[in-house]
Design a protein around this ligand. Structure first.
Ligand SMILES: Nc1ncnc2c1ncn2[C@@H]1O[C@H](COP(=O)(O)OP(=O)(O)O)[C@@H](O)[C@H]1O
Ligand SMILES: [Mg+2]
Length: 166
């Protein structure tokens, strides 16, 4: 039976908070994690990936791979695979064979971050879902774990992240 964990909601008052959340995840997520990023244009997906990349020790500039579709960064502690499916429909997204990144068949395992993962036809087995949204009260991230390890990580987020003090 698939386990269901409570989602964790974090308020993100400014871009630094989004970056800090990405940075924390980059420090703590296990190798092989696929982050499904969801949220409108401008909601902070790339900002979060910038924090993630910095935590992995990547110093190259990070931009949305809107046209290249996949950017691979290999200079850090773990490889980062950054995907942007904004321009693709599910059928076209499936033709990218992204599973060759997450099943270990072709690429060195690392961390994968997929912007516009709403456009994915099929999902990786144990993704970390991260939805960025706007509300009257401000912006927030909703994180939905799918493994005990991800759930434990979210349960132990430091107060500094929850209170946006980093
Ligand atoms: N929590 C936030 N509050 C305010 N502005 C933010 C926040 N997160 C990101 N931004 C800003 O929003 C803009 C768009 O962010 P970006 O990460 O490019 O979004 P996306 O990749 O989702 O289109 C950037 O100028 C970024 O600095
Ligand atoms: Mg982007």
């Amino acid at each position: 039976m698939a386990m269901d964990w409570m989602p964790v909601v974090i308020t993100l008052p400014d871009a630094e908070a989004t970056y800090a959340l990405g940075h924390y995840l980059g420090q703590h997520l296990p190798i092989g994690t696929v982050i499904l990023l969801m949220g409108d244009l401008g909601s902070g997906k790339t900002t979060l990936v910038k924090g993630l990349a910095a935590a992995l020790g990547i110093t190259e500039p990070i931009n949305s791979p809107t046209f290249t579709l996949i950017n691979e960064y290999e200079q850090g502690r773990l490889p980062l695979y950054h995907v942007d499916l904004y321009r693709l429909e599910a059928a076209a997204a499936d033709q990218l064979y992204l599973e060759s990144y997450w099943d270990g068949s072709e690429f060195v395992p690392g961390i994968m971050a997929i912007e516009w993962s709403e456009h994915l036809g099929h999902h990786p087995p144990e993704p970390l879902e991260l939805r960025l949204s706007y509300h009257d009260a401000g912006r927030q991230a909703t994180l939905r774990p799918s493994t005990p390890c991800q759930a434990a990580l979210l349960e132990t987020l430091p107060d500094a992240i929850l209170a946006n003090e980093i």
